[in-house]
Design a protein around this ligand. Structure first.
Ligand SMILES: [Zn+2]
Length: 163
């Protein structure tokens, strides 16, 4: 199994498990993968979570944690100084998409910071009007919100923003 972080054409982020990358391709092509928020079947991968390793092991258990180790780029020239970690062109494309998604989200939503759980709850219970917000929630808070049936999505993080 492999987990993909996906986004629909409206910028909703969500995650889904697939047997393998070929299964993902097939299911998306057939329109079997839809956005849980708007049912759009125009979905794309944003970042890949656990990578399926080249060596095929029995069972193919999912990796416990996302590996962020950069992949060696086969065609890379060692002469070019690279400001960021080595990424394959595909990953570069994902990152671009991720950035677009983030930009879209952050432009169209209010930043509420640590008040995210509170604000999300108020909206859920009709105390305030629904709007797009983003902010921070601890894993515990996120779990509570989920348990209350409040729908939200993790905001993609761009690796270079840490710098
Ligand atoms: Zn959507």
């Amino acid at each position: 199994m492999i987990r993909y972080a996906l986004a629909c054409d409206k910028g909703h982020a969500f995650e889904s498990w697939f047997q393998n990358s070929a299964a993902y391709d097939t299911q998306v092509k057939r329109g079997l993968v839809s956005c849980p928020m708007c049912d759009s079947t125009k979905v794309e991968k944003t970042i890949m979570a656990p990578r399926v390793s080249g060596a095929k092991k029995r069972g193919e258990a999912p990796a416990p944690q996302t590996s962020t180790e950069p992949l060696p780029l086969p065609g890379a020239t060692s002469e070019t100084p690279a400001p960021v970690a080595m990424v394959s062109p595909q990953e570069g494309e994902f990152r671009k998409k991720l950035k677009e998604l983030r930009d879209h989200l952050t432009k169209n939503a209010d930043y509420v910071g640590q008040k995210f759980p509170e604000e999300a709850r108020k909206m859920h219970y009709g105390e305030i009007e629904h709007r797009s917000i983003f902010g921070e929630a601890s894993p515990d808070q996120a779990k509570e919100l989920h348990e209350e049936g409040i729908e939200f999505h993790p905001l993609p993080v761009l690796p270079e923003e840490r710098n």
